[in-house]
Write a protein that binds this ligand. Structure first.
Ligand SMILES: C[S@@+](CC[C@H](N)C(=O)[O-])C[C@H]1O[C@@H](n2cnc3c(N)ncnc32)[C@H](O)[C@@H]1O
Length: 251
């Protein structure tokens, strides 16, 4: 029995929990692009986003192990996370998750810095306390990891221009604010993020996965770029939203 929530020739969505899904075949995915919950008290319907930091890291280690299994030998992984978080004590999320990813078997390639622009700004007025100055770093990261081999096997086709390649291999990215950004999901990322990652890190016949699919932004970018893609999302409302967005683009 097919358990997919939505399926077309190029896109499949599973309304499932990544910890128990059996829908992804081991060693089958070329590129994972995802933004996991950040544990910053976002009000999701089906996920507690304000857990103890050690429990959060324990769960991260579990899903990182799943993702490692699902990737092909030359598979790549673009992990969008904050540099740090400030609620319930300051934590070095970027450094901690990178270390755990390496522990679960991933190899490290690089980190792209996403600069403020599309990232929610810190609106608090700074308090001038010389005895304990607070540093706010309004950036996110895309940690670029891979399973075994960074150089891709085979002779795939690429659709990236020389200009895009030269610009995007410089690891500081800033995106303009998106005018038509959907708001029904609390934290969808900019379309530009998966768009660049797909063009830069995959060939045209590669299979892309977003295991924390949310409103389906990665799938929209994949379809636009003619790639096949799979999304997994625990919340049915967000699956519905992703399908609506995909159908809108199909018109
Ligand atoms: C940061 S959001 C992703 C947003 C997405 N990049 C977008 O553009 O809409 C993380 C998503 O992971 C989902 N999620 C959390 N735990 C999950 C789990 N165990 N299995 C599948 N999805 C999960 C949440 O419901 C949420 O929609």
């Amino acid at each position: 029995m097919d358990k997919s929530y939505y399926e077309t020739e190029d896109i499949r969505i599973y309304n499932e929990n990544i910890f128990i899904t059996e829908s992804i075949v081991d060693d089958s995915i070329d590129l994972i692009i995802t933004s996991p919950p950040f544990d910053i008290d976002i009000k999701y319907d089906s996920h507690d986003d304000n857990m103890d930091y050690s429990k959060y890291l324990f769960l991260c280690e579990n899903w990182l192990s799943c993702f490692h299994k699902w990737l092909k030998e030359d598979g790549r992984f673009c992990l969008n996370i904050p540099l740090e978080k400030n609620n319930n004590g300051k934590q070095s999320v970027g450094a901690d998750l990178t270390a755990i990813a390496k522990k679960t078997g991933f190899k490290y390639h690089s980190t792209i810095i996403l600069q403020e622009g599309d990232i929610p700004k810190n609106k608090a007025v700074p308090v001038m306390d010389i005895s304990a100055p607070r540093i706010i770093s309004p950036v996110e990261l895309i940690v670029v990891l891979y399973k075994e081999k960074w150089k891709k096997s085979g002779k795939g086709c690429s659709d990236i221009s020389e200009e895009e390649f030269n610009e995007w291999t410089n690891g500081i990215w800033s995106f303009p604010e998106e005018v038509n950004r959907k708001t029904a999901h609390p934290v969808s990322f900019s379309m530009e993020l998966p768009y660049r990652c797909i063009k830069l890190f995959s060939f045209t016949d590669d299979l892309i996965l977003d295991p924390f699919m949310g409103s389906g932004t990665t799938l929209l970018a994949a379809r636009h770029l003619g790639r096949k893609a799979i999304g997994i999302e625990i919340d049915e409302e967000y699956c519905k939203l992703a399908v609506e967005r995909l159908n809108e683009k199909a018109v």
